[in-house]
Write a protein that binds this ligand. Structure first.
Ligand code: GLA
Length: 379
């Protein structure tokens, strides 16, 4: 359920706790324009935070308990900050963030909260990073430590890796923390530095949700990471980020087929991502779109993380006039694709993609999204 912004969630808090909240925080989901499966290779990504987020209205408690009601699933979770125990479900993300913050020596205050959001779950739009960053913002609001966005992103990644047990890279948390309205961010996943790049004038970013879902846990994600590490060892470098295209051409012969294909994707994708940022600085939508199309082909053929549904919706999008480019986005195997579309023709585009993709047992959701700011305190 979308509570319709800060007012809606404040009312939901009052209804549940018979008091007004003292703070409302939010953190956005993201869509990645290009730079896929490059983050854990210390490479480059180009995502934007989107105008869909997770919000928490909260009020500090006098003890060390955290009590959160999640409106969308109508579930309440309660835990003690002094005795964190692993369990299951969405509350593990909140607990994991508390664990990571306390690991850093930060003293946390308990709170009552009501949470709601409109980031589709499991769709590749980083609903988990949004939840983690919103939780971190909530703890910051009650506990009063400094909000250092990049540090918070790394702590949220730690929560995901070590508490939840998903071995994801840093992209999702970084963009949910650092996002900039109207811009994508070129993120260097080694230095963790980000540079805002403007979206091409006269164009919009469209999310194409295939309606198919695949979680990250236990998926082929970890296998891809291992294959990339194997390739880096072959080239004698810390990460595939350090392999230039010429070095790959010269040294790829001794590598087994799968790590060679995975490395070819990552090395090409890093180059494409830097070129895409250049194209955006020049406002060149045609070039950005061409690079997005090339990224999809590489993810499909070499990295092998696309799916029939993703390929179908991308082909539907690419065939439409006014579409500059389209590709799968996020981890892959299901979820969403992203397209860059001329603003004037976007309604016709949305209709045409739906007509092209949908069947009686396959339904898409396609919508325009705007680039939003990173995690913030709304009031
Ligand atoms: C998932 C992970 C990210 C990143 C992408 C692929 O979204 O959470 O860290 O690796 O897959 O680019």
């Amino acid at each position: 359920m979308n509570t319709g912004g800060p007012a809606g969630i404040e009312a939901a808090f009052e209804a549940r706790f018979s008091q007004a909240p003292t703070a409302v925080v939010r953190a956005p989901g993201r869509v990645n324009l290009i730079g896929e499966h490059t983050d854990y290779n210390a490479g480059f990504v180009l995502p934007m935070a989107i105008d869909r987020d997770i919000r928490i209205a909260l009020r500090p408690r006098a003890d060390d308990m955290v009590k959160v009601f999640a409106v969308d699933v109508a579930q309440e979770a309660t835990f003690s900050l002094a005795a964190l125990e692993r369990g299951e479900g969405w509350q593990e993300y909140v607990k994991g963030v508390a664990w990571a913050l306390q690991e850093q020596g930060l003293a946390l205050t308990g709170w009552d909260g009501v949470m709601a959001g409109d980031v589709p779950r499991g769709a590749g739009l980083s609903s988990s990073a949004a939840l983690e960053l919103a939780a971190a913002r909530a703890f910051q609001a009650t506990s009063g430590f400094a909000w250092e966005a990049t540090r918070m992103a790394t702590l949220c990644q730690l929560a995901e890796n070590r508490w939840v047990g998903v071995n994801s890279g840093i992209m999702d948390q970084l963009i949910s923390a650092l996002g900039r309205e109207g811009h994508a961010l070129l993120l260097d996943c080694r230095s963790l530095e980000g540079e805002p790049v403007p979206l091409p004038p006269g164009h919009v970013v469209v999310i194409l949700d295939t309606g198919t879902r695949r979680g990250l846990v236990g998926s082929a994600y970890n296998e891809r990471r291992r294959q990339c590490e194997e390739a880096a060892v072959h080239f004698g470098v810390p990460a595939l980020r350090d392999v230039a295209p010429e070095m790959f051409e010269a040294g790829a012969a001794g590598l087994a087929e799968l790590p060679r294909k995975r490395a070819r994707h990552v090395i090409g994708e890093n180059a494409r991502t830097l070129q895409a940022a250049d194209a955006m600085r020049r406002g060149d939508a045609t070039e950005l779109g061409r690079l997005m199309n090339a990224s999809h082909a590489s993810l499909k053929e070499d990295f092998e993380v696309s799916s029939g549904a993703l390929d179908a919706i991308v082909a539907c999008a690419q065939a439409q006039p006014g579409c500059r480019g389209a590709r799968m986005t996020g981890g892959g195997f299901g979820g969403c694709a992203v397209a860059l579309v001329e603003e004037g023709g976007v309604n016709a585009f949305l209709r045409a993609v739906t007509d092209c993709y949908d069947t009686p047992d396959r339904r898409s959701a396609v919508y325009v999204c705007r680039a939003a700011d990173g995690a913030s305190r709304v009031r």
